[in-house]
Write a protein that binds this ligand. Structure first.
Ligand code: SF4
Ligand code: SF4
Length: 302
């Protein structure tokens, strides 16, 4: 048996990647299951998905706590999530990043593989959707499934959901990522993660109507205002770059920003004109502000 844990963000397709990997393993004569784990998340929030593969029937129904392989679709997660938690000795971490494997300090007795899956996806698909590219990298780094099987898995899962033509493009992205994946032995960890206690409320703690109250629990704040503890800036792939010279202070970006992280600031007292400031601790890089800006004063850059 081998077990895989995918770390991604809502909207990046980690679940489809897990399903396509299961389908790939199935096409090679194995039993396979894939399933996601979501909290009450939004687009961009960290999510998990799992694939479990065996040559025999699979009766284990739990999440994957001690994976053989870990796949990270977004390297900004490395700063927030202990992606190697429970990873077995000799296991492999496959990371979408522009860094070389030697640059990542994810732990000893493991192998680290890297590929710029976002770059590949932008080149081949024209969008930063990395779930197919990372599967090519997985095949190369682990050898647990063949590249042919990955292509079959992508055609099966992606083809059914988004059409055969786009699935074929995704196969090309996976192949390109396969060719560009490089691996190295892991090196000692540099960052230790503090384990947040899980919040299991007793009956007295349960807020009635939830949304109306703010509470401090042993796992942090909950309720309105608790988002201040979640620095969504770490979710970003693209960053808004503002040219305040072009800003006409229409406030549309401020109005539409889902994180409320834009403020209007005076930038030139002599000319009656305003600009904006963006709190990058919370800007998740969704690009809505750039889309809405009528004067193209905001550009999203990787
Ligand atoms: S990209 Fe723009 S709209 Fe999106 S969170 Fe950042 S500032 Fe707000
Ligand atoms: S939408 Fe554009 S022009 Fe309007 S306030 Fe924002 S940056 Fe300025």
């Amino acid at each position: 048996m081998f077990e895989v844990r995918f770390h991604g963000r809502g909207g990046q397709g980690a679940v489809m990647a897990a399903q396509a990997l299961a389908s790939a393993a199935f096409s090679e004569g194995n039993y396979a299951v894939a399933f996601p784990y979501f909290g009450a998340e939004r687009r961009g929030a960290p999510v998990l998905a799992f694939t479990r593969v065996d040559s025999k029937k699979i009766y284990r129904k739990t999440q994957v706590y001690e994976p053989d392989f870990v796949v990270v679709l977004d390297d900004s997660l490395l700063e927030m999530v202990d992606v190697t938690e429970g990873l077995k000795d000799g296991g492999v971490v496959v990371v979408n990043t522009r860094k070389k494997p030697e640059e990542l300090a994810l732990g000893e007795n493991i192998k680290v593989a890297t590929v710029d899956a976002t770059g590949v996806a932008l080149e081949v698909l024209g969008q930063p959707i990395t779930n197919s590219s990372i599967l090519g990298a997985f095949a190369k780094a682990t050898g647990a499934v063949s590249m042919d099987a990955i292509e079959k898995g992508i055609m099966d899962i992606f083809g059914n959901k988004i059409g055969m033509k786009i699935a074929e493009k995704n196969c090309r992205a996976a192949k390109a990522a396969y060719d560009r994946t490089i691996s190295a032995d892991g090196r000692p960890r540099e960052k230790e993660f503090e384990k947040k206690p899980k919040w299991l409320p007793d009956v007295k703690e349960l807020p009635i109507g939830g949304a109306g109250v703010k509470m401090e629990t042993n796992a942090g704040m909950i309720g309105p205002g608790s988002f201040l503890e979640n620095k969504t800036g770490g979710w970003r792939t693209f960053m808004p770059i503002v040219e305040n010279d072009k800003c006409v202070a229409c406030q549309l970006c401020w109005y539409f920003c889902p994180e409320g992280c834009i403020t209007m600031v005076p930038y030139d007292n002599n000319r009656f004109k305003k600009g904006i400031a963006i709190d990058l601790d919370y800007c998740k890089g969704c690009g809505i502000c750039a889309h809405e800006c009528p004067t193209h004063a905001i550009e999203m850059k990787r």
